[in-house]
Design a protein around this ligand. Sequence first.
Ligand SMILES: [Cu+2]
Length: 173
Amino acid sequence: MQISILLVTLLGMAFVAAAFVFVVLNSGPRDEDYGGIAKRGYFIRRWWMIGLCAAGVVVSAWSLVPFPLQASSVESPRIIQAIGRQWSWELASSSVEAGEPVRFRVTSLDVNHGFAIYGPDDQIIAQTQAMPGYYNDLDVTFERAGKYRVLCLEYCGLAHHTMVAEIDVKERR
Ligand SMILES: [Cu+2]
């Protein structure tokens, strides 16, 4: 979907640029007597316009095309299994590096849980559902080092509030 929107946009831009170039190429001095200097001026102006249009197309295409898709990150993420159960979290690893792309593969062994990651300042930074029979991927890149916590966001029984796990985010080496 993103790609087709991009293509339509680029096509539209190319059309406008082509129309512009067409007008510039087909415009010229009116039937009057122009000396060599005026002709040279028109010549320079025409190629200046064409150059500007071409530069505009290149610059705008340049900033659009290598845009990162939301669905993927440049570095392939480190995958960490995260399993929820009444009433604890089991993380395959609880130690990551800041700046390292991580993909939590989240599931549950019993009922639905809410897998939510809180930062050192207790702000939520990412969350997904932990569901029995499903794996939900949650892509996170921890920006800052510190102690992060995983809490359950969905009431899942008596000891729901004890579902806490820690993630230790270390400074990148
Ligand atoms: Cu829970």
